[in-house]
Write a protein that binds this ligand. Structure first.
Ligand code: NAX
Length: 327
């Protein structure tokens, strides 16, 4: 049988961790032939919750679960890891300024990036879920100078999947009919879900739905879906976030199907006017285990303004972290 793959999950005692770990143990990431070793990383305050999840993982008697361990030390958790989900982050609390939030998270993602750099497997792939996800990924990547920058990504697949699901519902079609959507920019309310290249079946999306809706209420609904979920459920999206993180990592390892593309926050190579080095969401295909930004997509005036606005926010976050001396 196949060698086990080592998967580390930070924030393992939290809401997303609880949804994610059982999917990983069931083989939803790499399929039914690949055993997994799960490393659950927490801070001391979350250790008991992670240990409880460890017990439940044992009680699942998952045939593919080779090992499950709990750690409060990042070096231990990341040693020989092939795949890392960085989910744990410092949330914004009442009275916290934006600079305080960025500083607290740099204090997490800097050392975690360094530990991955020094101890993870040579083929390690990292996805950052914890917010502010794009800038946290940038910080981790900058602290891992020995690894190719492309090994660090952030989750905008949830935004992408929301964009697909909401469009399909509006058009009254199954999600499998929807292609060509891109979410650009930051995982924040400035994100831009772009329907200009999208199709519903064989029909251009902008010919199938109202253009004012596509450029107005639709963008708002996708970008503010997180708040809509909190209002409805009383807690933030967890299962959909875990599912999207698995979609992202599975496509990265196994490839995107056919000529379809998805949305991934990647270290920019300067494509589409996004300054090189920023972690921003792009249309991307996974080919032979690497993300490639889809080239030569037409950017109209409306899209240009929306992309630029979200990228401006990423630049401001980067500059704020740099001003604190943390980059
Ligand atoms: P929870 O608060 O339920 O869980 C977070 C867990 O992380 C806690 O158990 C905490 O103890 C742990 N943690 C904190 N600092 C840590 C550290 N330094 N090392 C290891 N563990 C640490 O939050 P949850 O709902 O699971 O959300 C986790 C993160 O995902 C949040 O930052 C959230 O904002 C972010 N999200 C990002 C999304 C995206 O699309 N990029 C969508 C979903 C989610 O909102």
């Amino acid at each position: 049988s196949t060698q086990p793959v080592t998967i580390a999950v930070s924030g393992a005692g939290g809401n997303i961790g609880y949804a994610l770990l059982f999917r990983l143990a069931a083989g939803d990431l790499l399929g039914p032939d690949t055993p997994v070793r799960l490393r659950l990383l927490e801070i001391p305050a979350g250790e008991a919750a992670a240990a409880g999840t460890q017990l439940e993982l044992i009680d699942g008697a998952f045939p593919l679960l080779d090992q499950v361990s709990v750690h409060t030390d990042a070096t231990e958790a990341f040693t020989d890891a092939n795949i890392v989900f960085l989910v744990g982050a410092r949330p914004r609390t009442a009275g916290m300024e934006r600079a305080d939030l960025l500083e607290a998270n740099a204090g997490i993602f800097g050392p975690q990036g360094r530990a991955i750099n020094d101890h993870a497997a040579a083929d390690v792939r990292v996805i950052v879920v914890g917010n502010p996800a794009n800038t946290n990924a940038l910080i981790a990547q900058r602290n891992a100078p020995d690894l190719p920058a492309e090994r660090f990504t952030a989750l905008t697949r949830l935004d992408h999947n929301r964009a697909v699901g909401i469009l399909a519902a509006e058009a009254g079609v199954p999600v499998t009919e929807v292609t060509g959507i891109t979410v650009w920019g930051n995982h924040s309310p400035t994100q831009y879900p772009d329907l200009s290249q999208a199709s519903i079946g064989e029909v251009a999306a902008l010919a199938a739905v109202d253009v004012d809706w596509a450029r107005g209420a639709y963008i708002d609904r996708v970008a503010k879906r997180g708040a809509e979920i909190i209002a409805a459920r009383g807690s933030s999206s967890a299962a959909s976030a875990a599912s999207a993180a698995i979609d992202h990592m599975r496509d990265w390892v196994l490839g995107t199907p056919g000529d379809a593309w998805t949305s991934v926050a990647l270290v920019s190579d300067g494509s589409y006017g996004v300054p090189a080095g920023l972690v921003s969401s792009f249309p991307a295909q996974s080919i032979e285990g690497r993300w490639a930004i889809v080239p030569d997509i037409d950017i109209d005036e409306f899209s240009r303004a929306r992309i630029d606005a979200s990228v401006a926010e990423l630049i401001a976050e980067r500059d704020a972290v740099a001003a604190l001396g943390l980059l």
